[in-house]
Design a protein around this ligand. Structure first.
Ligand code: PLP
Length: 221
């Protein structure tokens, strides 16, 4: 079933759109099936789940040898987990403050690597949500530019959880507009990560080029 789901989603995506499998709560077996079906970007919300997936991948030689499988951190990154995140992930999608970027810079320097990150936008300006407010985004990106070991390569948003999924469209539209604005002075910002199982079609219509899908891959809904 996972295989069919991945094939159907991949077949429906325009060629410029990449698919990330959001793996929270999934078993190693499920993740392996998704990878075998053609997923090459996986997303984890938790460090611990990434460690479990890595152990699984290493046990399967065919998977362990594949260095084309990338892993993005898509959860909320606690400051005391930054060190591990740098070691375990190819990219962090959820940077939303300069202090977090500074910590990533410090730890990435120790690892002698430049860490690609996305800026997470709180596009609906919700009080209890993570992410930076849209109007603060440009100045955050400018500040992060002063850091040597962090590189902003994208913008990410969750958007609000709404009863009618169509109501999310204006937030995706606004985030695309912001993406286009920041790209002018930052050509290395290439990714616009938005859209989940319910909303990815709308997100793509509004300009997303990376969608993060969980339920539709693993449960078929
Ligand atoms: C779970 C999750 C998704 C995928 O959501 P689904 O509704 O399962 O498709 C995407 N992005 C983030 C950050 C998530 O935590």
């Amino acid at each position: 079933m996972i295989k069919d789901n991945v094939h159907n989603i991949l077949a429906s995506l325009p060629p410029h759109v990449e698919l990330l499998a959001a793996c929270k709560g999934r078993t190693g077996l499920e993740i392996k099936e998704a990878i075998n079906a053609g997923i090459n970007i996986i997303g984890h919300n938790y460090i611990k789940e990434r460690e479990e997936t890595l152990r699984l991948l290493l046990r399967h030689k065919a998977l362990a040898d594949r260095n084309d499988i990338k892993c993005h951190f898509i959860g909320h990154l606690q400051k005391n987990k930054v060190k591990k995140a740098i070691k375990l992930f190819d990219l962090i999608e959820t940077v939303d403050s300069f202090s977090l970027a500074e910590l990533i810079d410090k730890e990435a320097k120790k690892e002698k690597r430049i860490m690609p990150v996305f800026i997470e936008i709180n596009s609906a300006e919700e009080k209890q949500k993570f992410g930076i407010l849209p109007y603060e985004t440009k100045s955050l990106i400018d500040k992060i530019k002063t850091l040597e070991y962090v590189k902003v390569t994208g913008i990410m948003t969750m958007g609000p959880l709404l009863e009618n999924v169509e109501d999310i469209r204006p937030y995706f539209k606004d985030t695309k507009k912001l993406f286009d604005e920041v790209k002018v002075n930052n050509p290395e910002i290439k990714y616009l990560s938005m859209g989940m199982s319910d909303s990815y079609k709308i997100a793509i219509e509004e300009g997303a080029n990376l969608v993060r899908i969980g339920r539709m891959i693993f449960n078929g809904i």
